[in-house]
Design a protein around this ligand. Structure first.
Ligand code: ADP
Ligand code: MG
Length: 242
């Protein structure tokens, strides 16, 4: 006799097979160089799951920033497809790509890009208010994030009144202020001394693990890369696991 199919069991199993937050499939990106094309990404494949930190390590000029820009929907690929939270992005309009980016992705750069005339608290509030949150809700969440980054004493400071490590921690708090699913960071500790870099990375890692974010972080710091879940590099425009 055939065993009965247990639908509950199948559904439970399905729920545990989680879709990756970010999927790159055969992604291509080329730049025009006079008469010729510079092929930067030549069929890059990658999948990153929620709660996973992935280090991107490759020499200067290999295409790390290009990969982050394309994955972050800041640039369109010349070929291939990018899925973000299960959504195929290739056929979306520019306006929809921007909306999806604002909702799902946080960026951290090597230089913090904080607004100099605003305090730490206001810098973390602003993206939330742009998204439509009330001032009170935005300031509550900004306070929580800054205290999570151990910056409660710096709320009222402007960027010029903070150290490099503090500025970067504010930038990380700002990047996750709208509860994105994906964090993309381009050499976020590249401008810091080794001790500060570790401190900032620890804060970032704790935040990723606590919030279940997926994170792709370009770095030259091998100590930091070793502490992520996976390491990848770019070889001839393709992604290779290390
Ligand atoms: P990385 O971040 O690994 O240093 P990039 O992604 O910035 O590398 O650059 C990869 C290659 O693409 C480099 O040779 C760079 O000069 C070139 N490149 C990057 N952006 C552009 C652009 N907008 N136009 C033309 N060439 C570019
Ligand atoms: Mg770069």
């Amino acid at each position: 006799m055939m065993a009965a199919i247990d639908l509950d069991e199948i559904q439970a199993a399905r729920a545990t097979i989680e879709e990756p937050v970010l999927v790159l499939s055969r992604v291509e990106r080329r730049y025009r160089e006079g008469e010729r094309f510079l092929e930067v990404l030549r069929g890059a494949d990658l999948a990153i799951h929620a709660g996973e930190t992935v280090a991107l390590i490759a020499p200067s000029g290999a295409g790390k920033s290009t990969l982050l820009h394309v994955a972050g929907l800041l640039e369109r690929p010349d070929g291939g497809e990018i899925h973000l939270g299960g959504v195929a992005t290739g056929s979306l309009s520019d306006a929809d790509r921007t909306r999806l980016r604002r909702m799902e992705i946080g960026f951290v750069y090597q230089f913090h890009h904080l607004l100099p005339e605003f305090t730490a608290l206001e810098n973390v509030m602003l993206p939330q208010m742009i998204r439509g949150l009330k001032r009170k809700e935005a300031s509550e969440r900004a306070r929580q994030l800054l205290s999570y980054m151990r910056l409660q004493e710096r709320e009222a400071h402007r960027p010029s009144e903070m150290s490099g490590g503090e500025q970067q921690r504010v930038a990380i708090a700002r990047a996750v202020a709208n509860v994105p699913r994906l964090l993309l960071a381009d050499e976020p500790t590249g401008n810091l001394d080794p001790k500060t870099a570790h401190y900032v990375f620890d804060a970032l890692q704790a935040l990723v693990k606590a919030s279940g974010l997926a994170a792709l972080i370009a770095t030259h710091n091998m100590d930091i890369a070793e502490r992520m879940d996976r390491r990848i590099t770019l070889e001839e425009g393709k992604i290779v696991e290390m």
